[in-house]
Design a protein around this ligand. Structure first.
Ligand code: ASP
Length: 328
């Protein structure tokens, strides 16, 4: 009798094990990748856009998506995908990050960036840097080469230089259009335009990154939400990856990126519900202009914003892709 019982237990165990294996396999097969990017939110209205300018933005956003998608398609990790997408936008004068960054009240470019790995909550960030061509790489160097999370100014630049990153002088970051906005800043020029990316890779790892020149005519030394982990950037494999753009002070005070992740984790809200609650209700009610892009651990995507427009797009392994500018 006991012998029979043993056989039954062993058989049940074996069947359970093999079906569990099968489940894992189907799960793995089903698991895809997803990438979402933004190029800033603000008063982006179709009536103020020329068809040529619109085309340039759409093309550059497509190029940024393709750069990240290439990494994910080849089983690369989400951190590399996020970095690749952000670098395309940093190198373009169209966006307020890297080349094309806005000017401070003193007429210089001071850039901020951050990156977060959702696997083990590792993160790196830089603020107030003036000489690193791709600030997102400097943020990554802080994460990978130091025990710290956030380095500012000269210290961050020295680290970047030591890490062999390409440096650039102020003339590289200068663009006439941003300089004109700076000159018009007192008359309330457009102030936004950060870039960001979030990704889920084939191994289920989430990552988020954000890079910005900050806000036009900001005070020397002002740091926004973009390099603040939990405010402008956050990633946790157990919930989601978020990158924000908008009026940074509101995003810092409301710990926006972490708030979305916490609503998912502790209140079990869906990604869309959590993101809408924070951006469309909470922030909107207090005049916090902006938006976020996010992807969750299951590949769901959300891109809410409470401004007139947000440069944004996504691409997924099941062939869905979209690039949008205005609210629909
Ligand atoms: N959030 C950025 C900042 O406050 C600006 C932006 O996203 O446009 O520095």
């Amino acid at each position: 009798m006991i012998k029979h019982l043993y056989v039954i237990i062993i058989l049940t165990g074996l069947i359970g094990f093999s079906s569990c294996q099968q489940n894992n396999q189907t799960e793995e097969k089903k698991r895809g990748w997803a990438l979402v990017i933004h190029g800033g939110a603000g008063t982006i209205l179709k009536k103020n856009m020329t068809p040529e300018k619109e085309k340039k933005y759409l093309e550059k956003l497509k190029e940024a998506l393709e750069a990240g998608a290439e990494v994910l398609k080849n089983n690369g990790n989400s951190l590399d995908a996020v970095t690749a997408s952000i670098m395309v936008m940093e190198d373009s004068p169209l966006f307020n990050a890297g080349k094309g960054s806005v000017f401070t009240a003193e007429g210089v470019n001071e850039m901020d960036a951050s990156i977060m790995d959702g696997r083990e909550s590792n993160a790196g960030a830089v603020a107030g840097i003036r000489r690193v061509k791709n600030p997102i790489l400097a943020a990554r160097a802080v994460m990978e080469n130091t025990d710290h999370v956030l380095l500012v100014g000269e210290g961050a630049e020295i680290l970047a230089e030591d890490a062999g990153l390409e440096m650039a002088d102020s003339s590289y970051f200068f663009t006439t259009s941003r300089y004109n906005s700076f000159l018009k800043a007192k008359e309330k020029a457009e102030k936004h335009g950060t870039v960001g990316a979030v990704a889920l890779d084939l191994n289920g790892n989430l990552a988020a990154g954000t890079s910005t020149g900050g806000m036009t005519y900001k005070m020397k030394g002002r740091v926004g939400d973009s390099p603040v982990i939990g405010a402008g950037t956050y990633a946790d494999n157990n919930s989601c990856a978020v990158s924000a753009t908008g009026h940074g002070e509101y995003f810092i005070r409301n710990v926006v990126a972490y708030d979305i992740s916490a609503l998912m984790k502790y209140q079990h809200l869906s990604l869309q519900k959590a993101a809408d609650k924070v951006i469309m209700n909470k922030l909107k009610a207090i005049g916090g202009d902006g938006g976020i892009i996010a992807v969750d651990k299951n590949g769901n995507i959300a891109m809410p914003f409470n401004t007139a427009g947000m440069y944004r797009g996504f691409i997924t392994s099941d062939g869905r892709t979209e690039i949008l500018i205005y609210s629909n």
